[in-house]
Design a protein around this ligand. Structure first.
Ligand code: NAD
Ligand code: ZN
Length: 375
């Protein structure tokens, strides 16, 4: 019997050991100018009962604004304004979760994040931590979340990060800046209303939009590129060119950047980012430089890796008269620079995507130090 079984197994053709990711997508999305006004109707069927509120985590730039007045509050719903001055932290997520648990006897019906990547990531993380025990830092990594999160909705007010479609929430923790990457991170609903982008300051519009542009360049030039990523990356790149180098009306430009962000996010879902993101993570961890600006500060010096991308980037920067800060790394000690370099180098998949399996022969700590010193 045993030998028969053995023979049978031997006859079975060997299965490929390659594991394909079963990627979750946002199941519902509304798009269009004024679609924010539909939020009340969208949330109504998701209300568990009158004691289970919706919690709106809103960028404090909207305090006392027209947008605040349009938030469809009923029963004991609550708005919590949060500053986006700094990137989201794990302890901030824990504090928000504790507050919600203290303020309400019932678990909320859902969490709605309104703002840029900072608020979207906070909303995703809070919705996970409301159903999973422990602290946010426990879940930084890949597929560590065991239980489905609470219903959560993302409403971007600035475009570029792709946080509205991604399966991650990037958090600065006690030891590292790393995402909670899980199937439960992705939003259950997204509302894309280009009118919400109306008052974004120009510099910020550039930095966050360039995050999208850099996602495209890094995925399209990466060794992980595949037809899935390419199809989204090429579309996002085309839209970025129209927005930053074309001659669109403001209204068209907002709509197209919103869709560029979406496609850019989808493009990296099934591949990876590259050199600018790896180095920007180091800048963010040591100096608190925000994601979009950090990417730009690094990317300008990457013509060795992305010659065409950097050339386009410089044209966009010039066209819009954007000036970057200089001397950002000038006052750093050797120890701080070493921390930056080790954070950047720890992001191995990003380097492998950018430079291939032999990336360690191409990129050295000395090379990274020389680039950081130019910033
Ligand atoms: P942000 O949320 O940090 O906001 C940037 C600034 O723009 C803030 O001052 C904010 O108040 C302001 N702002 C936003 N909308 C505005 C509006 N309509 N009018 C006026 N001001 C407005 O910006 P971001 O660049 O979208 O997000 C950066 C964050 O996204 C980082 O924390 C980064 O780690 C994260 N990120 C996440 C992912 C992901 O997939 N989860 C991907 C990339 C980046
Ligand atoms: Zn990015």
């Amino acid at each position: 019997m045993e030998s028969k079984l053995y023979q049978n197994t031997k006859k079975t053709p060997p299965r490929s050991s390659k594991k394909f990711m079963n990627f979750p997508m946002v199941p519902r999305v509304v798009f269009g100018k004024g679609s924010f006004n539909q939020l009340g109707d969208i949330l109504m069927p998701k209300r568990v009962h009158s004691e289970a509120p919706f919690i709106f985590l809103v960028d404090d730039v909207f305090e006392n604004s027209g947008l605040e007045r349009k938030i469809p509050l009923i029963f004991n719903d609550q708005i919590i304004f949060v500053s986006a001055e700094e990137e989201p932290k794990t302890y901030q997520v824990d504090a928000l979760v504790n507050k919600i648990k203290k303020d309400f006897s019932e678990p909320p019906s859902g969490i709605v994040g309104i703002g840029g990547g900072t608020l979207l990531d906070l909303a995703k993380a809070v919705s996970i931590l409301l159903t999973n025990s422990g602290c946010a830092a426990d879940y930084q990594g890949w597929d560590l979340v065991g239980k489905p999160s609470i219903y959560h909705v993302g409403i971007p007010t600035i475009s570029g990060t792709g946080a509205e479609v991604s399966r991650t929430t990037v958090l600065l923790g006690p030891e590292r800046k790393l995402g909670i990457n899980s199937d439960y991170t992705t939003f259950d609903q997204v509302v894309l209303d280009p009118e919400l982008l109306n008052n974004v300051p120009k510099d910020q519009w550039f930095y966050t939009g360039m995050d999208c542009f850099i996602h495209c360049i890094e995925s399209l030039n990466g060794t992980y590129l595949n037809a899935f990523s390419q199809s989204y990356g090429e579309k996002a790149l085309e839209l970025c060119k129209e927005v930053y180098l074309g001659d669109l009306s403001e209204s068209e430009s907002r709509e197209k950047l919103m869709m560029a962000s979406w496609h850019g996010g989808m493009s990296i879902a099934y591949s990876q980012v590259g050199v600018a993101h790896a180095m920007s993570y180091g800048l963010g961890f040591v100096l608190g430089v925000k994601h979009g600006m950090g990417n730009c500060l690094v990317f300008q010096h990457l013509s060795e890796f992305y010659p065409e991308g950097v050339c386009l980037f410089n044209r966009m920067k010039e066209k819009h008269g954007i000036e970057f800060p200089t001397g950002v790394c000038a006052g750093l000690t050797d120890a701080e620079l070493d921390t930056m370099i080790s954070i950047a180098l720890s992001l191995e998949p990003l380097w492998e995507n950018a430079l291939g399996k032999n990336w360690k022969n191409i990129i050295t700590p000395g090379k990274l130090k020389a680039i950081y010193k130019k910033i």
